[in-house]
Design a protein around this ligand. Sequence first.
Ligand SMILES: [Zn+2]
Length: 107
Amino acid sequence: MITKPKSARYNRAVSRLRQIVNSGEEILRASWIKMTHPCGKSGCRCAKGKKYWHINWYIRQSRNGKQRMKSVPLEYVKVLKVKTEAYKEVRELLAVIGDEYWDMFNK
Ligand SMILES: [Zn+2]
């Protein structure tokens, strides 16, 4: 007879996963890339050196073996980071749940 894992670790992961899904939180599978560049205008602070260069943020996702990249306007970085963090957490929770099942079969 196969039942659910009984560990506290499993229960914690399932209830957190349920909480995230039920909250309607948006989940974005992507990783972040930060690039810096000088704009080339004389008189801009970026001309003073690399540490003053302008920052561009991108999200990257691999799909069907291909990498896709999208530039993210600065004003969207914060709100999208919440969604990519949610993805990371959900993935970790699924790994915990999957491991707990695996361990149960191997007892
Ligand atoms: Zn500049």
